[in-house]
Design a protein around this ligand. Sequence first.
Ligand SMILES: *[C@@H]1O[C@H](CO)[C@@H](O)[C@H](O)[C@H]1NC(C)=O
Ligand SMILES: *[C@@H]1O[C@H](CO)[C@@H](O)[C@H](O)[C@H]1NC(C)=O
Ligand SMILES: *[C@@H]1O[C@H](CO)[C@@H](O)[C@H](O)[C@H]1NC(C)=O
Ligand SMILES: *[C@@H]1O[C@H](CO)[C@@H](O)[C@H](O)[C@H]1NC(C)=O
Ligand SMILES: *[C@@H]1O[C@H](CO)[C@@H](O)[C@H](O)[C@H]1NC(C)=O
Ligand SMILES: *[C@@H]1O[C@H](CO)[C@@H](O)[C@H](O)[C@H]1NC(C)=O
Ligand SMILES: *[C@@H]1O[C@H](CO)[C@@H](O)[C@H](O)[C@H]1NC(C)=O
Ligand SMILES: *[C@@H]1O[C@H](CO)[C@@H](O)[C@H](O)[C@H]1NC(C)=O
Ligand SMILES: *[C@@H]1O[C@H](CO)[C@@H](O)[C@H](O)[C@H]1NC(C)=O
Ligand SMILES: *[C@@H]1O[C@H](CO)[C@@H](O)[C@H](O)[C@H]1NC(C)=O
Ligand SMILES: *[C@@H]1O[C@H](CO)[C@@H](O)[C@H](O)[C@H]1NC(C)=O
Ligand SMILES: *[C@@H]1O[C@H](CO)[C@@H](O)[C@H](O)[C@H]1NC(C)=O
Length: 738
Amino acid sequence: MLVTLVISLLAFLSDGAVGQGPITATGTNFTLTGDGVSYLFHVDRFSGDLVSDHFGGRATDFTPPAAIYQGGWSDGLTNTRREFPDVGRSDFRLPAIHIQHESGSTVSEFLYQTHKVVEGKPPLPGLPSTYGNESDVSTLIVNLYDNYSDISAVLSYSIFPRENAIARSFQIINNGTSQITIERAASFSADLPNLDLDMIEIHGDWAHEFNRVNRKIDYGETTFRSTEGYSSHIHNPFFALVSPSTTETSGEAWGFNLLYTGSFQATAERFSHGFIRVLLGLNPLHTNIPLKPGETFTSPEAVSVYSSTGIGGMSRSFHDLYRNHLSRSNYTHQIRPILLNSWEGLGFEINQTSLVSLAGEAEELGVQLFVMDDGWFGVEYPRNNDSLGLGDWTPNPAKFPDGLRPFVQQVNNYTVLNTSTPLQFGIWVEPEMVDPNSTLYHEHPDWVLHSDRYQRTLTRNQLVLNVGLPEVQEFIISTISSIIDAANIQYIKWDNNRGMHEMSRPSDDYSYMLGLYRVIDNLTTAYPNILWEGCASGGGRFDAGLLHYWPQHWTSDNTDASNRLTIQMGTSLVYPPSAMSCHVSAIPNGLTHRNISIEYRAHVALMCGSFGFELNPSELSTEEGSAIPSIMEEARKINPIVISGSFYRLAIPDTSNWPAAQFVSSAGDQAVVFAFQQQATVKPAPPPLKMQGLDPSASYRNNVDNGTYSGATYMNAGINLQWETRDYQSKTIWLYRQ
Ligand SMILES: *[C@@H]1O[C@H](CO)[C@@H](O)[C@H](O)[C@H]1NC(C)=O
Ligand SMILES: *[C@@H]1O[C@H](CO)[C@@H](O)[C@H](O)[C@H]1NC(C)=O
Ligand SMILES: *[C@@H]1O[C@H](CO)[C@@H](O)[C@H](O)[C@H]1NC(C)=O
Ligand SMILES: *[C@@H]1O[C@H](CO)[C@@H](O)[C@H](O)[C@H]1NC(C)=O
Ligand SMILES: *[C@@H]1O[C@H](CO)[C@@H](O)[C@H](O)[C@H]1NC(C)=O
Ligand SMILES: *[C@@H]1O[C@H](CO)[C@@H](O)[C@H](O)[C@H]1NC(C)=O
Ligand SMILES: *[C@@H]1O[C@H](CO)[C@@H](O)[C@H](O)[C@H]1NC(C)=O
Ligand SMILES: *[C@@H]1O[C@H](CO)[C@@H](O)[C@H](O)[C@H]1NC(C)=O
Ligand SMILES: *[C@@H]1O[C@H](CO)[C@@H](O)[C@H](O)[C@H]1NC(C)=O
Ligand SMILES: *[C@@H]1O[C@H](CO)[C@@H](O)[C@H](O)[C@H]1NC(C)=O
Ligand SMILES: *[C@@H]1O[C@H](CO)[C@@H](O)[C@H](O)[C@H]1NC(C)=O
Ligand SMILES: *[C@@H]1O[C@H](CO)[C@@H](O)[C@H](O)[C@H]1NC(C)=O
């Protein structure tokens, strides 16, 4: 204790700036500065509390805080901007950390002890996180201590200067003599000044993911959460705060995203003085995490991106950060194979014969990867429908008399059209789930999440395995490994089709996630050449936690191309299009019964990193069939730009009948615009299509009127597209830099 006091005293007294590069510590005034962002906070020299000074555009001087009238009940810490708010001691707002001591008391006092700056970024033990080397990221680690209870809090702040991103997480180390319980843990907490701000959030449901909604941050709490046990379709662990005047291309935006797959809570709390406290972390209903003496709790990581170039600038920072410093997969920067998935074409009607014949049709389309979906497994309980078999990951002998290997050899025996490359094979699994009608459940009824003798409520006839249990983790690792080892498998679609209901303890959700990350880390490390795709009844787990391990996620079970456009535009607020998986399905659409041309369906799906088909090719009309070769040719041209280019939303379907989006290649030599007309209209005329992200002084030739115009012309005047008076029209427009 003496040693640390001396260190803190020295830190207060020292005036010299310590640390070069993005992080400066002048005494205990901390400055994190990127290309277009500054994040400033300091230690209050009298109390030892951490005080927020600035989070926004570049500003590196410490200036006096807002003068707040001191009087009435709201005084002390309630009137300050805090970095790591705890419970008690005069702050009436929601805390970032709430600990219950063994005595039942909930007060804590985390005060500054020491700090250090490290280049690069230490990994988070057992949790997904952003990463980078010393030229990509710098990290400030601040140690706080509660000397009444002997609990230490280690706060980590990493800055990615090029992406204008700050990544935060913290650890709580119980150095006391009794057990404590973590009741709340917000990975990111920031107190913004009295600004007029709106929240943009993406909410939805199954087949209705990622709908954008705006609301004013008013007095009290503006909050949303997931209690589904997973990040879920209902809300995504993302929100942006924007000025009311912020647009897609201008104004301030702060984006916040939790790198976590479990239940979460997001809150913006405006107090009487107008300050806005932002909190993003675990959902307190699913926290209650016990910590014995000597144990450490690690919070998930949260990332915030600041943009002064509107919502689009914020999205592109997230896209760059996640492609370069989050997703660890070999495939993140690679073009993805065009696939055909058996689900919407065959459903459960699969066996070796029907699949080999479907693979033959896939070959004729020019597909590169053939994927067998649900229905292939179950011996005692054959998976002929969704009421049985889940958990029994052995090929059904009636469907695959000789097992998987010879069947996969037959698929590999086909070649990709016009090449000698074998058709690749991929498989569907749902490893975290079990049907009561299964051998696994009869052998291990205690492996599922349940609460004593209460009823185990079913969704889709299935229960959730408790992946927090080491024996369940071992089971999943060994079954998935044996599937991969049994045949030549190049792709795995990892599905998860229900939320969590009964848990024996609220903290089961957090231990489940630690277990799940352990399992996925193990399998992706052991099999780096598998292309892994996440799925959770569509986008139910489209989150940055899983994107750390897997390069792509199925975006929605809704494949109606018009609905999908809204869903994908919403997803792109935070997640890169290169991480989205999107397929062309048959018409009339199974959900909406809408008939949309194959071109429009393909154009919507081609805006994603993983493009494919989910239909029975033999049921395509002649007209659809004849469009396939040019779609395939366009797919080969577009995919590299989607994988590594920059994405711009030109107009969104929420507000325009003519939505459009643009990708600019990473070299800047090409751009492709996807333009759509939703409803046929007589009047008004479509607005000019104004592009973004071009070099204003460069010339670009286009393939619409073959004209060559300046980037400034395309961006400021735009070009006019000719639309037929029909619903659901689409075009791709190419620009080539001259
Ligand atoms: C830290 O910033 C405060 C203003 O918040 C200033 O008064 C103080 O002198 C600064 N300390 C150092 C060591 O620069
Ligand atoms: C850091 O990683 C980047 C790629 O993100 C690479 O270009 C650079 O050479 C690396 N620098 C060092 C010092 O390893
Ligand atoms: C440590 O705790 C004691 C009470 O246990 C308190 O008097 C003291 O001020 C605290 N020290 C610091 C540095 O906060
Ligand atoms: C508390 O910290 C001290 C010094 O680091 C260490 O020796 C001791 O074992 C810790 N106690 C617990 C319960 O972790
Ligand atoms: C994938 O990564 C592993 C090591 O992480 C490497 O051995 C392998 O060659 C890579 N595969 C591809 C296709 O890049
Ligand atoms: C395979 O499935 C198809 C379609 O359901 C069915 O017609 C056929 O009889 C099945 N073949 C075998 C060997 O089960
Ligand atoms: C295959 O070759 C034919 C004839 O050259 C061509 O028309 C077609 O576009 C090619 N298809 C693919 C997928 O390469
Ligand atoms: C599901 O499949 C099983 C096994 O083939 C069969 O007994 C059962 O009737 C089917 N259930 C439904 C709802 O189709
Ligand atoms: C078990 O399977 C049978 C046959 O498909 C079905 O009738 C029953 O509903 C299933 N039970 C559950 C709990 O899903
Ligand atoms: C692959 O195709 C060749 C030539 O058509 C055939 O002789 C061979 O039996 C096939 N192998 C499998 C596993 O289907
Ligand atoms: C994966 O887990 C298995 C079983 O626990 C273990 O034997 C293996 O070493 C692990 N592999 C990796 C890459 O972590
Ligand atoms: C543009 O040029 C291409 C090929 O040079 C030609 O086929 C097309 O008709 C031209 N389009 C217009 C609108 O001039």
